[in-house]
Structures are given as structure tokens and as C-alpha cells.
Design a protein around this ligand. Structure first.
Ligand code: NAP
Length: 304
């Protein structure tokens, strides 16, 4: 079926684009491989999205955004996109549920957690190695865990886990956190032990993780740290591999687009975490969605 707008990815950026486009009278399909919400759905408490003074569960907010867009006619299609021909007219998305055509396409595929790239990391996923504290933290209740990373995600994960686990280490490769200064006191108060200048160089395990090997980034000295869980929180990688060679990307793989969300390819827009931008938040993703829908509508009016 041919849609005016196909949105790829059902996070806050994607569903806001769908809401605005549908309310403009355009036919809209949202292709989503799992469930609405994207990365936001893995966050139990969002405290910085306006309108929710007591915070809001990310999964619930994702569902509400989907319902709101669907109320105005946007259609959610559960399908995994496997390929795209974005230069074609109309544009084509190849998916696990067949091909879909759109006169304009809004890419809202987000970003996924970066891996350490260590041997056995993939095999230990779910058996000691995790990438989302709010998703998997309960599995480590009463246990000893380590969080790797020094950004806001790592620090928030460490604080979350400190309320569940017997002991939490924070492993960071430098001697200063990248995370907002406001968190530093909370880490101390919660008893999180920070291992500065440390890099994880090996995963120790039998059937499950038993510990990690750490290297001192200043001296090169190695040491062992026993732990039941390692939460990797070292940043994100944009989910753009399927569009390589079709739209311009920066060196990290983010889709190049300004506030109009227009990419290098006419009729193709990028919103949310997948777009080149300074601040990746739910509220900035939602703002992108409104902009992309506006400029997609303008594109469609000029390209009948
Ligand atoms: P990030 O800010 O890019 O931080 C990544 C951290 O991982 C950095 O401390 C980095 O170390 C470290 N790192 C990167 N590659 C590594 C490697 N190969 N080995 C070991 N350590 C490595 O990523 P993020 O924490 O996921 O946050 C992403 C964005 O979301 C940020 O803009 C952040 O502010 C935002 N965010 C906001 C909130 C909030 O406002 N509540 C919550 C979560 C995230 P270096 O510091 O040495 O580079």
C-alpha cells in the first residue's frame, strides 16, 4: 500500500511525526519492530518530560504516544525493516511483512547501546552482561554488580542498581565523570564505589559472568573484580546501517539533518536520536517529530 508518509521507528520522535502528519490529513504508517516507545520504553521513570511533575513510566508514555497518533488515523505496522530504496519514487521500505511505499519517509530509528567488543560478550548477554539497568536490574537483586561508563546513563544505572543490589561499582576509564555534576553526591550517598582510570579488558565466566579483568588506564596494571553482573553503559550507536550510501551521515553514523529534519535526500527526514544534534532527549525527539511532519507536508505539496 502507498502512504503519504512512512515513519520508520516508533519512539517519541516517530510517533510525534505520525501525530502531526496524520492531523494534517496525510496517510501515515509507522513501521515498528517491537513495541511503541523505542529506547524510552526501557526507562521506568522519566522526570524531565514536561507535563508530568511526578514523572512518567517510559513504556506507558510510548503507548500513550502511539494511541494519540492512531486516534488521528496513523497506522502502526509491526514489521522489521530489512532494506530501503529511498531514492525511488515512491520510496520503498522492505520489511519482514513485505514492501511498503511512501511518498515521504521519516527515519526515526534511534540508537542502540554500544558494546565493549570483548570476546564472549554476546554469549554472556542475559547471563551477566546487560545494557539496560531498568530492564534487567531486578535479575541482580541482592548481588554484586559493576556499571561501565562515566556518562549520565552509567551514573543513572548505578544509582538505580544501588537501590537493588548488595554492592555497585562504577568503572570509568578516566578520573572525571562525563555525567552531570549533580549526580556526584548521590553516588557517594548511595555507596557506589567508583573505580577510576579503569577499563574492562576481559570477562570472566563459567556458564554465567563471575567477574571482569580491569586494566589501569594510567599504569597498565591488571586486576580482577568479582561481580555477578556487568551493565555496559558506554554510549549509543545510531541505527542507520540500512540507509548507508543513501543519505549523508556524520563520521559516527548519525543522519545529517538540521532542525528542519531534512536529510541530503529530498523527501527523507531524520528525527530523534538518529539525527545529528547536541541534545538527545525525549523532548527534543518529540520536537523533531513536529518539525519533520511540517517539512514533509511541505515537500508533498511541492512534489505532487
Ligand atoms: P555518553 O554521554 O556518550 O557517555 C558515554 C560514556 O562511556 C563516557 O563516559 C565515555 O567515556 C564512556 N565510553 C565510551 N566508549 C567507551 C569504551 N569503549 N570503553 C569504556 N568507556 C567508554 O553516553 P550516555 O551516558 O549513554 O548518554 C547519551 C546522551 O544521553 C548524553 O547526551 C546524555 O547526557 C543523555 N542522557 C541524559 C539523561 C538525563 O538527562 N537524565 C540520562 C541519560 C542520558 P569518556 O567520558 O572518557 O568519553
Amino acid at each position: 500500500m502507498l502512504y503519504d508518509v512512512i515513519v520508520v521507528g516508533g519512539g517519541p520522535g516517530g510517533y510525534t511525526a505520525a501525530l502531526y502528519a496524520a492531523r494534517s490529513g496525510l496517510t501515515v504508517a509507522v513501521l515498528e519492530k517491537l513495541s511503541p516507545g523505542g529506547q524510552m520504553a526501557t526507562t521506568s521513570q522519566i522526570d524531565n518530560y514536561p507535563g508530568f511533575p511526578d514523572g512518567v513510566d517510559g513504556f506507558d508514555l510510548g503507548q500513550q504516544m502511539a494511541h494519540q497518533a492512531e486516534k488521528y488515523g496513523a497506522k502502526t505496522i509491526l514489521a522489521e525493516v530489512t532494506g530501503a530504496d529511498l531514492a525511488a519514487s515512491p520510496k520503498v521500505l522492505h520489511t519482514s511483512e513485505g514492501d511498503f511505499q511512501g511518498r515521504a519517509v521519516i527515519l526515526a530509528t534511534g540508537a542502540y547501546p554500544r558494546e565493549l567488543g570483548l570476546p564472549d560478550e554476546g554469549g554472556l548477554r542475559g547471563r551477566g552482561v546487560a545494557y539496560c539497568a531498568t530492564c534487567d536490574g531486578m535479575m541482580y537483586r541482592g548481588k554484586v554488580v559493576a556499571v561501565n561508563g562515566g556518562g549520565n546513563t552509567a551514573v543513572e544505572d548505578a544509582l538505580y542498581l544501588s537501590r537493588l543490589c548488595a554492592k555497585v561499582y562504577l568503572i570509568h576509564r578516566r578520573d572525571q565523570l562525563r555525567a552531570s555534576a549533580v549526580y556526584r553526591k548521590a553516588l557517594d550517598e548511595q555507596g557506589v564505589e567508583i573505580l577510576w582510570n579503569s577499563r574492562v579488558t576481559a570477562l570472566r565466566h563459567e556458564a554465567k559472568l563471575t567477574g571482569v579483568e580491569l586494566e589501569d588506564t594510567k599504569t597498565g596494571a591488571k586486576r580482577e573484580l568479582a561481580c555477578d553482573g556487568l551493565f555496559v553503559a558506554i554510549g549509543r550507536v545510531p541505527d542507520t546501517a540500512l540507509f548507508a550510501g543513501q543519505v549523508d551521515m556524520d563520521e559516527a553514523g548519525y543522519l545529517k539533518a538540521d532542525e528542519t529534519c531534512r536529510t541530503s535526500l529530498p523527501g527523507v527526514f531524520a528525527v530523534g536520536d538518529v539525527r545529528t544534534k547536541a541534545v538527545r532527549q525525549v523532548v527534543t525527539a518529540a520536537a523533531d517529530g513536529a518539525n519533520a511532519a511540517h517539512f514533509a507536508e511541505e515537500y508533498l505539496m511541492n512534489n505532487v
